[in-house]
Design a protein around this ligand. Sequence first.
Ligand code: 5GP
Ligand code: ZN
Length: 113
Amino acid sequence: MSDCIFCKIANGEMETELLYKDEQVVAFKDINPQAAIHFLIIPVKHIPTIYDLEEEDNQLVGHMYQVAKKLAEEYNIAERGYRMVANCKDDGGQVVYHVHFHLLGGEKLGDLC
Ligand code: 5GP
Ligand code: ZN
């Protein structure tokens, strides 16, 4: 997707410091952090929303959770805990239509539900 900002970050067209990168996934800091730690974990492949995930993407989604674990360990939030959030479409508060997990932590987070 040529006009997708997260595709540009994933393929290096938009300079962003990457915290993690492999063939399937990249992670980087959110530009507008909502917690002491606020990273975004995204697939390299363009998928607009979590509603668009297919069975064949199950391994990818599992891998994204494993990347979150690695980052949590690296940034010392594994022990105290963290939150993974995926907003979906308008009512879910999604702004960027390329699947991403928000990895939030480093402080006590407010209750969501
Ligand atoms: P959403 O609301 O779609 O779940 O979250 C999109 C997130 O992407 C927001 O938290 C926003 O701050 C972040 N974001 C938007 N544009 C950029 C960007 O160009 N660079 C980075 N690092 N984060 C971005
Ligand atoms: Zn994209």
